[in-house]
Design a protein around this ligand. Structure first.
Ligand SMILES: [Zn+2]
Length: 137
């Protein structure tokens, strides 16, 4: 039931005061013996510092996200989305616009102005990913 490699799987039955779990302190990275499965740090001091550090991280990442969103009024694109788009050979107008960090409207204007090469598939503009960067440069 109990693994000693970080993740601990246990049933409430094991949450007794007799339990001794070897864990790694989340803050100072030292081994320590925990009395509960939820203990993350070796001492109160480490726990407090770890909590503060986590809070700081959260604030920073939220600030980053906010500036990112401001920079991209079309919406936030995740790294995963970028990877998916980058793996494709042909991109839709929306995907190409995301990669170029411009709005779909801007990209459509570029296409109509002849600044960006695209292939028409039916009524849709498709963009060859390989040529996107060329056109961009
Ligand atoms: Zn510690």
């Amino acid at each position: 039931m109990i693994r000693f490699s970080g993740e601990i799987i246990s049933k409430p039955l094991f949450m007794s005061s007799n339990i001794r779990i070897v864990k790694i302190c989340e803050y100072c990275k030292k081994e320590f013996v925990a009395r509960t499965t939820v203990t993350q740090c070796c001492s109160d001091g480490c726990a407090k510092r770890f909590y503060k550090a986590r809070l700081r991280e959260k604030t920073i990442s939220r600030a980053k996200l906010e500036t990112e969103v401001k920079r991209k009024p079309e919406g936030f694109i995740t790294e995963d989305q970028v990877r998916v788009i980058q793996a494709k050979e042909w991109l839709t107008l929306k995907e190409a616009a995301l990669l170029l960090n411009v709005s779909s409207l801007t990209l459509r204007r570029w296409v109509l102005a002849g600044k960006m090469r695209s292939e028409k598939v039916g009524r849709k503009h498709m963009f060859k990913r390989a040529t996107l960067n060329d056109s961009w440069a």
